[in-house]
Design a binder for this molecule. Structure first.
Ligand code: GUN
Length: 295
């Protein structure tokens, strides 16, 4: 192994401390703490775990957490009515509706109903548009976390070749926009890309977000490349056990890359830290205040 390991856990802890340090400033100026509302529809066990950790992290940062757990049979109108109340609630700065939603609910309509200035997931088309045209807005947590790790590792990104593998609205597309904003030369590769290894081999920066266990191997990489692995895949590990792996084959990639995020402990811990960051940034912006630097 030659690559440096990019420790997302340590970076995320630092970010959470900076977020927590901004809370008393906001409180002094407004008389209240920033508030995050998280909405969970149904009892999907993985979603329930995420929602619980988001609530705990929100409280640990000194912010207000509002949890709304709705029955799996909740109708579209009831969910939209709740979002309307959260939009109007002055104590709520951020609204996150945990995905996926049950089949009777139209996800697009729900995301479109969230006030874009409270859209801490950055999934609203208005925020996607703001990112695309270079206006201030809320940016999806996972790609913003990846960008923070890249800038921390590499400093200036201008002029670097970046290949994003995956074109989802949640990771791939916003990641590409963020890298473009940093003046990288950006390629978005996907399942129909011809000669994917050849495309990836050009990259100084590789962001893998495809959901295919250990797909990217060391022989696909340019020596010294910086590799960000967004994948979280559970695979069989023999004797009835399982283990978590990324979209990158860590062992072979680490022999070629300059730096790489591990799974777990790379991008994963960043998502909630950036969610807290987005909530504080949304709170300052809504109050007409400037958020402290370093967020
Ligand atoms: N489900 C899995 N990841 C996410 C996320 O980042 N945001 C929301 N709202 N739901 C998710």
């Amino acid at each position: 192994m030659t690559a440096a390991t990019i420790d997302g856990k340590v970076f995320a802890e630092g970010l959470r401390e900076r977020v927590a340090a901004a809370v008393p400033d906001f409180q002094a100026a407004t008389g209240r703490a920033p508030g995050l509302a998280v909405v969970l529809v149904g009892e999907d066990p993985a979603s329930a775990v995420y929602v619980r950790s988001k609530g705990k992290a929100t409280l640990a940062a000194g912010m207000e957490s509002f949890e709304h757990r709705l029955d799996a049979t909740t109708g579209q109108d009831d969910l939209l009515a709740l979002i309307g109340r959260l939009n109007a609630d002055e104590a709520v700065d951020g609204i996150l509706v945990q995905l996926p939603l049950p089949p009777q609910i139209d996800e697009k309509a729900v995301l479109a109903a969230i006030d874009p200035d409270k859209d801490v997931d950055g999934f609203h088309v208005v925020n996607a548009g703001r990112l695309a045209v270079g206006e201030e807005g809320l940016v999806p947590c996972t790609p913003l976390g990846c960008l923070m790790l890249l800038k921390d590792r590499l400093g200036e990104l201008s002029g670097l070749e970046a290949v994003v593998i995956g074109r989802s609205n949640i990771v791939g597309k916003p990641m590409a926009q963020l890298l473009l904003r940093e003046s990288c030369t950006v390629t978005i590769a996907h399942s129909r890309t011809r000669d994917l290894p050849g495309v990836v081999r050009r990259a100084d920066i590789v962001v893998a977000a495809v959901g295919r266990p250990e797909m990217v191997t060391g022989d696909w990489l340019k020596p010294g490349a910086t590799v960000i692995d967004v994948g979280i895949n559970r695979i069989a590990a023999g004797e009835g056990k399982t283990r978590l792996v990324g979209d990158v084959d860590f062992a072979s990639a680490a022999a070629v890359a300059g730096a790489i995020t591990p799974v777990p402990g790379g991008v994963g811990p960043m998502t909630i830290a950036v969610l807290l960051r987005n909530t504080v940034v949304a709170a300052f912006a809504r109050a007409g205040l400037t958020a402290p630097a370093g967020l």
